[in-house]
Design a binder for this molecule. Structure first.
Ligand code: PLP
Length: 281
């Protein structure tokens, strides 16, 4: 990319459905016996990568997956696409609630004490992610030793910041470079703060331009195409923004860079549809 070398950890190849950082965030749950739970509850957007990954996990384990969301647009309800159609195909039970009832519903789920049920916060922003991300860190550390790389910058885009947070905690000698894809830097810091004190080896980079979450932009599509030309597909929501920002910080590349591919490629189908609908493609 633009004549600078970097490494990519191809975690998008880990599993067809549970790919990228979701594999690591849900790793601890994958290790649980099927009998542990009967039902899993979560909530959030209807094209979320976390939603699809949890649906895949529950399908594998034989757990019921209940997902609460705000009202779904009628065109999507009539003809679900992308992650939503895949998750429904895996048996996800969708609970649509009116806007004014949404926060209350989520709160009731959070406080539920139903036996053998598990609540996963939006995007899997939970301490349950720590074990898996520690394993991700171990793989990175082993590779770094074999390659004799002394200083390493690790790049990973953030939604909830859970992956970046636990990665930084597990690899205090590395610098974790991330950017806030959902909300702004202050929002990301608040999210990370809910997990604990934010490690000092995290740098939250800010680009010249701020993009609205999951909204089509011609320059993000161009970034996606550039990366494809360079030989790799990244997701259109997180990856493109991270690369856009990273290229504005060329000095970062003076130290060896390892980009953690966080998957999300299945979500590209519905994003590309939106680019088409907007006449950008
Ligand atoms: C979920 C996701 C993220 C964000 O992960 P967090 O741990 O919530 O910060 C980043 N990139 C991709 C491709 C994702 O699917």
């Amino acid at each position: 990319m633009r004549n600078v070398g970097f490494y990519v950890k191809r975690d998008e190849l880990l599993d067809p459905l549970l790919s990228g950082n979701k594999y690591w965030k849900l790793y601890a749950l994958m290790q649980e016996a099927s009998e542990c739970y009967k039902k899993v509850f979560s909530y959030g957007g209807t094209q979320s990568n976390a939603m699809l990954s949890i649906a895949a996990l529950c399908h594998q384990k034989g757990w019921e997956f209940h997902y609460t969301c705000k009202p779904v647009p009628s065109y999507l309800k009539q003809q679900p696409t992308g992650n939503l159609s895949k998750a429904l195909g895996l048996g996800m039970i969708l609970h649509e609630v009116p806007h004014n009832d949404y926060e209350g519903c989520v709160q009731r789920l959070r406080e539920s004490t139903e036996a053998k049920s598990l609540f996963i916060p939006q995007g899997g922003a939970d301490a349950i992610a720590q074990l898996g991300v520690q394993n991700l860190a171990n793989e990175i550390q082993q590779w770094q030793q074999i390659q004799h790389i002394e200083r390493l910058n690790i790049v990973i885009p953030s939604g909830t910041g859970t992956t970046a947070y636990y990665l930084a905690q597990a690899l205090p000698k590395c610098r974790i470079l991330t950017t806030a894809v959902v909300g702004d830097t202050a929002y990301l810091r608040t999210q990370m703060n809910m997990l604990g004190k934010v490690p000092s080896n995290i740098s939250i980079l800010e680009g010249i331009k701020k993009y609205h979450f999951a909204k089509p932009y011609p320059e993000l599509l161009a970034m996606y195409d550039d990366l494809l030309d360079a030989g790799m597909a990244f997701d259109l929501i997180y990856g493109t923004v991270m690369w856009k920002v990273l290229l504005q910080y060329q000095h970062v590349m003076q130290v060896t860079v390892l980009y953690i591919h966080s998957g999300g490629l299945l979500g590209n189908a519905s994003m590309l549809d939106r680019y088409k609908n907007k006449g950008m493609l």
